[in-house]
Design a protein around this ligand. Sequence first.
Ligand code: UDP
Length: 364
Amino acid sequence: MKKILYLFSDTGGGHRASANALIAAVAKIDPKVKQEMIDVFAECSSFLNIFAKLYAPVIRYSPKLWGNLYHFWDDPKKLELLEKVATPFIQKELIERINLIKPNLIVSVHPMVNHLVANGLPGLPIITVATDPIAIHKAWVYPKVDLLVVATEEAKKLAIEYGMPEEKIKVLGLPINPRFIEKKKKREVRKMLGLLEKVPTILFMGGGEGSGGMGKLVTTVDEKVKNIQMIVICGRNNLLLNKLSKARFQHPAKVVGFTDQVPMLMDAADIIVTKGGPGSIAEAMAKDLPMIITSWLPGQEEANVKFVEEAGIGFVETAPDRVADKVNILLKTKEADKIRQNIKKVSRPHASIDIAKCILSYLK
Ligand code: UDP
């Protein structure tokens, strides 16, 4: 029986979500294929995991610092040095684990692990699936892997500039879970969630870590917009979850922590207010949700935000007061209809199925 091994890290929610999306898509096409995952830093290097764990507090409290780090390492020479320094802390343990699992194919959905496996496991096919859709970082590109899957032509262009041979790149979209393809009726889902069936519903999300100053956004929208109800996904931000769970809102509010029910919560919503993470944007598009992007990671997510504006699939607004104004515009004018038309032109909800077919072709 053939086995695929996915390499990811829980920095943000996007890498795990992408691996899960591909696992679900592969299982839909060929349920007989075995699939496993390794949370690379958490399972193979307690030292490097210290740095991986810093991702959440850094993006929550100092996204600017993250932006500086992102740009600093987006340089071939510095990156090579970083890889050289980090490799001894992880490669041996990772290769040993992989040898125990004995996969027939490796799929990496993390930029910082490709060189470790491409050099340490000769003969084993390796596919990288980039989970940043447009402005990919140099770290995603390791020419020795067998294939690099990217989401857009822009990303492909960059990958070629970074030295990836063109014939090893496929543009197939960003993998989102096939659960986002099926749509449920808003009213039914709201009833199931204990929400009012007919009341406009605003969903708040800050990526896997619940970042982007969501607390202030939620309270301002609650104050300034009339006749709504709110769903707030706090992700792994327990502080925010505690605070908002105890808060008294003027409108009905369902506040949850990290959840595997994002597809259903999106089904219940009319509008999403979110960080500009690639996964969240692609998932919101799959669910036809007009979006208001209120925060993003400097460097890494800037291109996604530009994309939202240029494609006309939502608004970009950081000040809570003005976010509330935009919610009102979306609820009271025809703007949301226009946005939904635009979403149809750019959304790629079946990308994970296309990538899964491609992955499976490497198993034969
Ligand atoms: N997510 C989730 N549960 C939560 C919060 C987020 O499954 O409680 C998922 C969300 O559906 C998306 C991913 O986490 O797939 C967030 O990825 P994105 O690229 O938007 O941002 P990141 O968290 O990686 O910065």
